[in-house]
Design a protein around this ligand. Structure first.
Ligand code: PCA
Length: 245
């Protein structure tokens, strides 16, 4: 299985973008799944070219990330719309107003990520998060739409969608603007990747000691509460190789 996570370079007045900063914190493999990362330009033609090139690898899942300055929580986007209407110029100075992204393309694409489950998992980890019904009309919406369109044509089983992260504190030290720590964003993105991987699994084999079974050599267990939250809606088969041996 292969998952792609993308972020964006900084844009506008910001010299940082947590959506690409978070990428280096991800492992390159997780639970047998390959995880690739890609930083996109804040300019549509370049971003489209690099994403389309990357998508030829044939991913099972794609999580696109961007920053939404001013939002206080992580927002999992439900829908990408076929419109560019830039609030500020992109990084090459281009502006776009009232333009369709793909001529004759559908008006919108819905996220195919397990977004309700992602929302539950994040909230149960005490990470502020919500489903959002607008990814805006700038580069984030644009790349969400382009990715969905590309996958509808070439890889229809791919689960993909967009998540906006808030600004980090260093971006807003002298402004009354909401922020979230980089540490929390890193934790959230990893949890979303895990939730996505698990969404492909009908049954999950899990070490019994991680579920709280007292099967360890010393009579105790290694209860992992985060894992229990992740596995709540899954059929789990608890295994203990030592006991079975
Ligand atoms: N956020 C912008 C584009 C790049 C990014 O990180 C947006 O919300 O459209």
């Amino acid at each position: 299985m292969k998952i792609l996570v993308t972020g964006f370079e900084p844009f506008g007045k910001d010299s940082l973008n947590p959506s690409s900063m978070v990428l280096s914190s991800l492992p390159s493999t997780l639970w047998g799944c390959e995880i690739d990362t890609l930083c996109l330009n804040v300019e549509a033609t370049k971003a489209e070219a690099s994403l389309k090139q990357q998508l030829t690898k044939g991913y099972d899942g794609v999580i696109l990330l961007g920053v939404a300055r001013g939002r206080s929580n992580l927002t999992i986007e439900r829908v990408a719309i076929n419109i560019d209407d830039y609030r500020i110029p992109d990084n090459d100075g281009n502006t776009r107003q009232d333009l369709t992204i793909v001529e004759d393309g559908p008006a919108a694409y819905f996220s195919t990520l397990p977004y309700r489950e992602m929302e539950r998992v994040l909230q149960e980890h005490q990470i502020p998060c919500a489903i959002s019904n607008s990814a805006g009309t700038y580069l984030c919406n644009h790349m969400f739409y382009v990715c969905a369109h590309e996958s509808a044509l070439n890889n229809p089983n791919c689960k993909l969608g967009f998540v906006h992260v808030p600004a980090i504190p260093t971006m807003v030290v002298n402004e009354a603007v909401a922020s979230m720590s980089m540490e929390m964003i890193e934790k959230a993105v990893l949890l979303m990747v895990k939730t996505l991987i698990l969404s492909f699994c009908k049954k999950v084999a899990v070490s019994a000691c991680l579920c709280g079974k007292n099967c360890k050599y010393n009579g105790g267990n290694n209860l992992n509460e985060s894992l229990m939250i992740l596995l709540k809606n899954h059929e789990c088969i608890e295994v203990c190789p030592e006991v079975q041996g």
